[in-house]
Design a protein around this ligand. Structure first.
Ligand SMILES: *[C@@H]1O[C@H](CO)[C@@H](O)[C@H](O)[C@H]1NC(C)=O
Ligand SMILES: *[C@@H]1O[C@H](CO)[C@@H](O)[C@H](O)[C@H]1NC(C)=O
Ligand SMILES: *[C@@H]1O[C@H](CO)[C@@H](O)[C@H](O)[C@H]1NC(C)=O
Ligand SMILES: *[C@@H]1O[C@H](CO)[C@@H](O)[C@H](O)[C@H]1NC(C)=O
Ligand SMILES: *[C@@H]1O[C@H](CO)[C@@H](O)[C@H](O)[C@H]1NC(C)=O
Ligand SMILES: *[C@@H]1O[C@H](CO)[C@@H](O)[C@H](O)[C@H]1NC(C)=O
Ligand SMILES: *[C@@H]1O[C@H](CO)[C@@H](O)[C@H](O)[C@H]1NC(C)=O
Ligand SMILES: *[C@@H]1O[C@H](CO)[C@@H](O)[C@H](O)[C@H]1NC(C)=O
Ligand SMILES: *[C@@H]1O[C@H](CO)[C@@H](O)[C@H](O)[C@H]1NC(C)=O
Ligand SMILES: *[C@@H]1O[C@H](CO)[C@@H](O)[C@H](O)[C@H]1NC(C)=O
Ligand SMILES: *[C@@H]1O[C@H](CO)[C@@H](O)[C@H](O)[C@H]1NC(C)=O
Length: 457
């Protein structure tokens, strides 16, 4: 009844939800369940040169032209619909591209774009506007290959079913600039946006992206993932997988992850350094009970968090660093038996103008350094999962730490020497008295606001 409206109104205002549509509202993934259940088969001999010709009915080599108001389609294995290659410069507008047909060699698909609906390659420029690219049986939507290749996409609707079907995919140093993109994929290993060996540079602004499959991130970084104003939901994957020394930027974005972690930074080969992920005015939500916001394994790198929110209320975990990696199954954290080149992770978290909560946990020789600056705050504790790990916290005068448990630190630095920016809740900060970084504490104990102590151990 209307007269009860004030109370009900207040409640509904507080929980107000708005709905954003993605292509799975138009083409029901349930109708393509068998396609989406196909597993990507990478159990074949990897050949790291192009063995298969890229063929298709609309194939252009060294051509300048425009395609407009067309419907292009193919139904054949290992066959593209549209190929723009060898110095071509082609505009495609108001065009529907529909692709059926399986791929017989996923290495060729990943590194050279075999079976991609659209393959733009070898010093070519392609401009897509108002395009609908729909693929089934597993195929990339728009693929950009080679150092001189740049693909511009404006107003694209991208749908796929089947495995290894990334929406926008750049490799061989290819570049993509996309704006106003709406993407859905239902299969495994189908990130909305992805790079591949040796690198792909993917810039996306103003996008809605939704993936349902395992291993299907919103952006898979191999090279650059530069995401601005992206709303993303990865039901069975992190929002970012980043393999090696790659760069990922999330700016003005709101992204949700459903498996493993919010972000998974790893090296599938030997440990390297130089990985970086940035959240700038963005929101990252993790849905699973064991999922940290940031996870790093077998890698050295940095997560920069500027004016952002991390919702990890499901797990209470902010960050994990581990002697581990993910395998090509993308659904568990692997140990030594899967990769005997593993080394501990070294994760640095640089936080500015953000209020974070959740524990930081380092395993088996790994380290995590959390640096809180510019009016940041953190509520949590830090601990070693197993083995001896190294944890470091530093705070500037404007930042604060609310302890939720006693924490042993390798390094503790606080620009506020009076420690008034620590809320101890009765817990202690124990510092390693032999670590040089703790020299300033002089091996002494100090009272912390809230009843706990800072003490040497
Ligand atoms: C591009 O050039 C290469 C080398 O000549 C050739 O093999 C390939 O078929 C050409 N691509 C197209 C689409 O014609
Ligand atoms: C790009 O060039 C390479 C080397 O010439 C060739 O093998 C490949 O087929 C070309 N790609 C396309 C899509 O034409
Ligand atoms: C296409 O690939 C599928 C799946 O591997 C296979 O069942 C089918 O026979 C292939 N079609 C042709 C014409 O080769
Ligand atoms: C895109 O094309 C698919 C396949 O033809 C169609 O089902 C879908 O409705 C189209 N999407 C839009 C937004 O027109
Ligand atoms: C990618 O860049 C590297 C380094 O510049 C270069 O050696 C390689 O040939 C490039 N690959 C392609 C496919 O353009
Ligand atoms: C990322 O994209 C934004 C928006 O297009 C652009 O301003 C910025 O320069 C890009 N960053 C990088 C590292 O390319
Ligand atoms: C945080 O995420 C959970 C889902 O795990 C959700 O229920 C909750 O509303 C979110 N909280 C905020 C403040 O957004
Ligand atoms: C840590 O790595 C080990 C393998 O070394 C793995 O079994 C375990 O699940 C990982 N835990 C987390 C939280 O990363
Ligand atoms: C811990 O690290 C050592 C190497 O220092 C390795 O041999 C062992 O397998 C690791 N244990 C786990 C559970 O990851
Ligand atoms: C602790 O401080 C030392 C000396 O500054 C540094 O070498 C080490 O990397 C720091 N450890 C961590 C976990 O940040
Ligand atoms: C304390 O710091 C010293 C010097 O960096 C290091 O060798 C030692 O392993 C640390 N002890 C613990 C328990 O972490």
């Amino acid at each position: 009844m209307l007269q009860f409206a004030p109370l009900i109104c207040l409640a509904s205002l507080v929980t107000a939800t708005i709905t954003i549509s993605d292509p799975s509202d138009t083409i029901n993934p349930a109708n393509w369940a068998a396609d989406n259940a196909l597993l990507a088969d990478f159990n074949i001999q990897p050949v790291l040169y192009q063995t298969e010709a890229i063929v298709g009915p609309y194939s252009y080599s060294d051509k300048d032209l425009s395609i407009s108001h067309a419907s292009l389609t193919v139904n054949a294995n290992d066959t593209s619909v549209l190929i723009i290659a060898n110095g071509s410069n082609i505009d495609v507008s108001y065009t529907d591209i529909v692709k059926f047909g399986y791929c017989s060699n996923l290495f060729q698909a990943s590194f050279y774009g075999l079976n991609a609906a659209v393959n733009v390659a070898n010093d070519s420029i392609a401009r897509f506007s108002n395009v609908n690219v729909t693929v089934h049986h597993g195929a990339a939507g728009i693929y950009s290959y080679g150092s001189g290749t740049t693909v511009y996409v404006d107003n694209a609707w991208l749908y796929s079913s089947g495995p290894t079907s990334h929406g926008l995919y750049a490799s061989g140093n290819g570049t993509i600039y996309a704006n106003n993109v709406n993407h859905y994929s239902g299969g495994n290993r189908c990130s909305s946006f992805s790079g591949d060996n040796p690198a792909g540079y993917v810039h996306v602004t103003d996008a809605v992206a939704h993936t349902d499959g395992i291993g299907s991130a919103i952006c898979y970084a191999l090279g650059l993932c530069n995401m601005t104003n992206v709303i993303g939901h990865a039901s069975h994957a992190p929002v970012t997988f980043s393999d090696g020394p790659q760069t990922t930027i999330w700016k003005n974005s709101d992204v949700t992850a459903g498996l493993l972690a919010g972000v998974v930074l790893f090296s599938s080969q030997t440990r390297v350094s130089g990985a970086s992920v940035t959240f700038d005015n963005s929101k990252l939500t993790v849905l699973g009970k064991t999922m940290p916001s940031i996870w790093m394994g077998n890698l050295i790198g940095t997560a920069t968090i500027i004016s952002s929110q991390f919702n990890n209320s499901a797990s209470g975990l902010l960050a994990v660093a581990n002697y581990s990696q993910v395998t090509q199954d993308f659904d568990y954290y692997a140990g030594y038996p899967d990769n005997n080149n593993l080394l501990p992770a070294q994760l640095t978290l640089l936080v500015q103008d953000s209020g974070l909560s959740g524990d930081i946990v380092a395993y088996n020789g790994s380290s995590i350094g959390l640096d809180l600056a510019s009016y940041s705050s953190w509520a949590g504790k830090a601990y070693s999962g197993y083995g001896t790990s190294y944890l470091a916290i530093s705070l500037d005068k404007t930042s604060s730490w609310t302890l939720t448990g006693t924490t042993y630190l390798q390094n503790f630095t606080d620009s506020d020497k009076s420690l008034s920016n620590i809320k101890s809740n009765g817990f202690d900060i124990e510092y390693n008295k032999t670590s040089i970084a703790n020299k300033g504490w002089g091996g002494r104990s100090y009272k912390l606001p809230g009843g706990g102590q800072l003490r040497p151990k």
